[in-house]
Ligand binder design. Structure first.
Ligand SMILES: Nc1ccn([C@@H]2O[C@H](COP(=O)(O)O)[C@@H](O)[C@H]2O)c(=O)n1
Ligand SMILES: [Zn+2]
Ligand SMILES: [Zn+2]
Length: 607
């Protein structure tokens, strides 16, 4: 076919517009909650991304209090609405399913108990995130179990896994998916990961620039089968932030062959709400993180024969992940909303939480400590407030406890704010989910060791995405008295009470301005933070030590060695406490050590 336009089906016609048109949102509702009904189009999208195991919802933040069971009900009701309206609704996920919550991370292999909970969502398309590829066992779980189960709906256009039987790297999911929607739109979908290099050797990530040269890809974009719309979805920020972003590479290749066919883009990875206009016939949405946001996008402009009638009109909306939102947009009441399927999933999550003992209490945090709602050196910041004292007190090799030590970590290892009140087994994973081993080099001259942190913070970050991300919460809290069980917590915030106030939360600015948030919020402070933190432990009083044990996460070993210079090599590095002592293991002992006051009557702070 090549570039002969006759062979790639319907194309846009006539009216070419300079600016991508949008459906005007309705009049805002003054009361707290969603501002107006969603603007449905002919083709609609619900988008999840970077859920990172938060299937239980946010137990301490009522604005994100829905759980995955509520989402099951919502997605089913929305599919039915689409059916009743005679339009299409696609459900899409763009990866990072693990690392961030006890539901996904408290099992020996991440995801063992959380992945089955995804079963009840009828996703049309899913793709892989970098967090499915750090650990070989997890990559194989995706390859051997979930890719098989999801079939051609799991599209991993540039990610392969090593098949131990064939001895070859093979695509984990499908390279692409060509399908026809219920209403007859012919869709060609590609699912691309950014140019990720931190994967274990169980997988192989093809650079997008190479992927687009693969025969299957050129065949797919030059196919004689008609294509009404491309869906380009991937674990990739929708805005070109750095050279590892691959969406634009693929977009450009599609455009060479299909200059005006609509390309709907869905992204993730940088954990923000965002929307970008690529060209007159292409827009892109990114839908936040951690089951805080559900993304909505719609488009209209296909003729009755499905040919594109430019200009298309689009809408986008970022929905807060709570039952009030779900109930409002399905025109239900609190009493009538639930489906048995959703309630069963809620029950499954409760069972997983009980089996894994995620509610076990380890301490009572005296206040809230956040990652970026206050400056990095503020005592309410989680680094000086919790992480530095915790690693100082707990990360100690008993045989070397008399030595001075510098402990260095990447700030990206801390994933979420720590809320005042009960600190549970679950909170350990919420704050520090990774299994990054504490390594060390003994007796490094202090004059050299002390140069490492400044060098790290000047150099490239072991990718710290959170620095640019808004944290949607107040630093002040409103503790209600008494310790609540999970069920009580859930009941107390399952429905956000309507108040005549605008609460704090995401206030997003994107290519279309500031009206994308479904519920208006006042916004929250978001201070930037360095890529790395450091704790000084057991230093002599009033003077510098001669040498220190330099302790660090294995995740940043290569950076540390390069900053120490050529005299330091990996054979000088060993496990500090033992090779199973990781970043999952210091917060619980610290909570036991530092936060026992009020433990029997620990007030829950639900924001
Ligand atoms: N073992 C690990 C793995 C990752 N990180 C941090 O997570 C960041 C990536 O997270 P996304 O959700 O944005 O994909 C990575 O840049 C590291 O900061 C880690 O610390 N340890
Ligand atoms: Zn992520
Ligand atoms: Zn990611």
């Amino acid at each position: 076919c090549g570039s002969d336009s006759s062979c790639y089906g319907p194309t846009n016609t006539v009216e070419h517009v300079r600016h991508v048109k949008r459906i005007q949102p309705g009049v805002p509702n003054a009361a707290y909650g969603p501002k107006a009904p969603l603007e449905w189009g002919q083709l609609n999208f619900l988008h999840t991304t970077d859920t990172h195991g938060w299937l239980e919802g946010h137990l301490k933040e009522q604005n994100y209090g829905a759980d995955w069971g509520d989402f099951v009900t919502f997605s089913r009701r929305m599919k039915q609405t689409a059916g009743n309206m005679g339009v299409d609704l696609l459900l899409i996920d763009t990866g990072d399913l693990h690392d961030g919550n006890g539901v996904s991370d408290a099992t020996t292999i991440d995801g063992t108990d959380s992945m089955p909970i995804f079963d009840e969502i009828a996703y049309d398309l899913l793709t892989i995130g970098n967090h499915e590829l750090y650990v070989s066992e997890v990559a194989y779980q995706m390859f051997n179990n979930w890719a098989r189960k999801w079939g051609d709906r799991y599209v991993t256009s540039n990610v392969k896994a090593f098949n131990q039987t064939s001895g070859q790297y093979e695509y984990i999911g499908a390279t692409h998916r060509y399908f026809t929607t219920e209403k007859g739109l012919r869709v060609m979908a590609f699912g691309v990961l950014f140019d990720f290099t931190g994967n274990s050797n169980a997988s192989q990530v093809l650079k997008a620039a190479d992927m687009v040269k693969e025969e299957w890809f050129t065949d797919a974009i030059n196919t004689c089968d008609p294509i009404d719309v491309f869906v380009l979805f991937g674990h990739n920020p929708v805005r070109q932030t750095d050279s590892s972003n691959t969406l634009k590479t693929v977009f450009n290749e599609i455009r060479k062959v299909h200059p005006t066919t609509p390309i709907q883009i869905l992204g993730g990875h940088s954990h923000i709400r965002d929307f970008a206009v690529y060209d007159d016939n292409s827009v892109a949405i990114e839908s936040g993180r951690y089951c805080e946001t559900l993304g909505w996008m719609s488009m209209t402009g296909f003729s009755s024969s499905n040919s594109a009638k430019s200009p298309f009109v689009y809408s986008r909306r970022y929905l807060d992940w709570n039952r009030q939102t779900f109930i409002y947009h399905t025109k239900q009441t609190e009493q009538a909303f639930d489906y048995g399927s959703g309630l069963r999933v809620t029950g499954d999550i409760t069972k997983v939480r009980e089996d894994l003992r995620l509610g076990d209490l380890y301490g009572c945090a005296p206040q809230t400590y956040c990652i970026s709602c206050v400056p990095f050196d503020n005592s309410s910041n989680i680094f000086p407030g919790v992480v530095v004292p915790a690693v100082t007190a707990i990360v100690v090799n008993k045989t070397r406890e008399d030595k001075s030590r510098l402990i260095i970590g990447n700030t990206g290892a801390i994933r979420f704010d720590l809320h005042q009140g009960p600190f549970t087994y679950d909170d350990n994973f919420i704050v520090s989910p990774f299994r990054d081993v504490f390594l060390y080099i003994p007796d490094v001259p202090y004059d050299l060791a002390k140069t490492v942190l400044p060098k790290l913070n000047k150099g490239p970050i072991a990718k710290r995405d959170l620095a640019t991300m808004p944290i949607p919460r107040d630093s002040c809290t409103d503790p209600s008295l008494g310790y609540l069980t999970r069920r009580e917590m859930r009941q107390s915030h399952g429905v956000v009470r309507r108040q005549e106030v605008v609460t704090s939360g995401y206030a997003t600015t994107d290519d279309w301005g500031t009206d994308g948030d479904d519920t208006e919020h006042t916004g929250i402070p978001n201070y930037s933070l360095p890529g790395y933190f450091q704790a000084e432990a057991n230093f002599p009083e009033g003077k510098d030590p001669e040498v220190v044990d330099l302790v660090f996460f294995d995740f940043i070993e290569s950076l540390i060695l390069s900053d120490l210079g050529a005299n330091y090599t990996s054979d000088m590095v060993s496990c500090y406490i033992d090779c199973s002592f990781t970043s999952q293991d210091y917060m619980l002992p610290y909570a036991k050590l530092a936060w026992q006051e009020n433990i029997d009557n620990c007030p829950v702070a639900i924001q």
